[in-house]
Write a protein that binds this ligand. Structure first.
Ligand code: FAD
Length: 293
């Protein structure tokens, strides 16, 4: 399939990119292209102008910043950069698990975390993981920069609170702290496929070994990526006990609202939310306790 014709611009700075978005109504940013180009080829998206941000220097970073207490991820950090990062493997296992399960090597070589966050596909893995991680999104637009908590980002399928002239320049994740760990569980029909269901979990334990904080995000379990808030709140302050994990998994299932499609019927998907939440929480706890999982 061939996309409709479009104009192409390759700005060299964020401010030039914002200017182009302001000048051309309905312009679209091109990052990895692995969600946008398939839509254009199917003519489900027909942007008149593409603003390719790949030539803006200095946006491909993943680095810890103690001053703001965040892991900072630039808009051009690609899925593969997480997969190959010792920092991510050793200190951010939730992100490491997530990156390694996305698509296939071709997709991971080009696709970006920021692009996936902005695209707002409920079937995408990053948003669920980042909801568990309590991430923030930095957006630059004509009025300057603003920071949006990812829990406030998603409105509906493929729809966020981002304005058309705004560009996601950075995603921020709280720095790994002692006694914390995360995990991502993904059920797929075959290697390289989108998730039937995915679940991200991030746990911090207190000094007694009880759960101080829990984050749980659900992928492909509803019209948007879902933060399982009742399950998170239930776990806070509780001992790590199978009954508590099971109850949190049940609450996560209650938060889900999947549809019946070629990846399975609703009851099956809800059962998978429950089981994958259980598994993700168990692995996150093991990692927070310093074990390998
Ligand atoms: C065969 C295949 C399999 C895949 N499997 C999976 C999978 O298993 N799991 C998964 O999560 N994803 C999967 N994907 C999607 C892939 O991860 C995409 O790369 C990702 O969702 C979007 O990132 P991108 O950089 O490619 O964005 P693009 O395709 O370039 O852009 C996507 C959308 O986001 C906007 N955008 C991009 N960057 C920004 C920005 N910085 N600021 C504001 N808006 C922006 C674009 O304008 C566009 O509307 C798959 C894709 C393919 C083709």
């Amino acid at each position: 399939m061939i996309p409709a014709s479009f104009r192409y611009a390759a700005p060299r700075s964020i401010s030039d990119a914002v200017d182009l978005l302001r000048t051309y109504e309905d312009a679209k940013i091109l990052a990895g292209g692995h969600s946008l180009l398939p839509l254009m080829k199917l003519r489900l998206a027909n942007p008149p102008v593409l603003v390719d941000i790949n030539r803006i220097p200095g946006l491909a970073y993943i680095r810890e910043d103690a001053e703001i207490g965040r892991l900072r991820v630039g808009a051009l950090a690609r899925h593969i950069d997480f997969e190959h990062s010792d920092l991510i493997r050793e200190r951010y296992p939730l992100l490491w698990d997530t990156a390694r399960g996305i698509g296939d090597p071709l997709v991971r070589n080009r696709g970006t975390m920021a692009g996936a966050v902005a695209h707002a596909d409920p079937a995408a893995d990053w948003p669920a993981a980042l909801l568990a991680a309590e991430a923030e999104v930095v957006a630059s637009g004509p009025d300057g920069e603003r920071v949006i908590e990812i829990r406030d980002l998603y409105i509906a399928i493929l729809t966020t609170v981002l304005q058309p002239q705004e560009l996601v320049t950075e995603v921020r994740v709280p720095l790994a702290v002692p006694r914390s760990g995360g995990a991502y569980e993904k059920l797929e029909r075959k290697v390289g496929d989108y998730a039937v269901i995915g679940v991200g979990a991030q746990i911090t334990l207190d000094e007694s070994g009880n759960i101080a904080q829990a984050g749980i995000g659900l992928c492909n379990a509803g019209p948007t990526s879902i933060k399982a808030i009742d399950a998170e709140e239930f776990l806070a302050g509780k001992p790590v006990a199978p009954d508590n994990i099971n109850e949190a998994a049940r609450l996560a299932m209650e938060a889900s609202d999947p549809v019946d499609d070629d990846r399975g019927p609703v009851d099956y998907k809800r059962a998978m939310v429950r089981e994958l939440t259980r598994r993700a929480l168990r692995r996150a706890v093991t990692r927070a306790q310093g074990g390998a999982a």
